[in-house]
Write a protein that binds this ligand. Structure first.
Ligand code: SF4
Ligand code: SF4
Length: 112
């Protein structure tokens, strides 16, 4: 599977929303919506909104990822990855990387 690394270092190609979009799979959309509702304590996710090809793609984007603070911060600096930032690693991204396995490694790899 090709990697599709988001601004923060997430591999969007591994995201269920990305997979549901690429495969146009409504049952995976439904399953993912219910899973995210529990994981993120965010009731009422509409499976029809789960369409995203990654935050560095030309779209579509999932609403939350489009508004993601790391993405907005990088965009303001005209960057597509935190790894390109002169302030990397800032406090916010250090915290995120400590919470989400693999993201730091993806950012470090992009820097080298
Ligand atoms: S940007 Fe899209 S593909 Fe990437 S993690 Fe967010 S929802 Fe998933
Ligand atoms: S300041 Fe932090 S969140 Fe913003 S682009 Fe730089 S590393 Fe990413």
């Amino acid at each position: 599977m090709n990697k599709n690394i988001g601004v923060c270092g997430l591999d969007c190609s591994k995201c269920d929303c990305y997979q549901a979009t690429v495969k146009d799979d409504d049952s995976l959309r439904e399953k993912t919506a219910r899973k995210w509702e529990k994981e993120y304590s965010h009731p009422g996710i509409n499976p029809e909104d789960l369409n995203c090809l990654g935050c560095n793609s030309e779209g579509p984007w999932y609403e939350h990822c489009f508004k993601c603070s790391y993405r907005l911060c990088a965009k303001e600096k005209n960057l597509t990855s935190c790894s390109q930032c002169e302030d990397y690693p800032c406090e916010a991204i250090v915290k995120f990387h400590s919470q989400v396995p693999g993201t730091k490694e993806n950012c470090e790899a992009a820097r080298n």
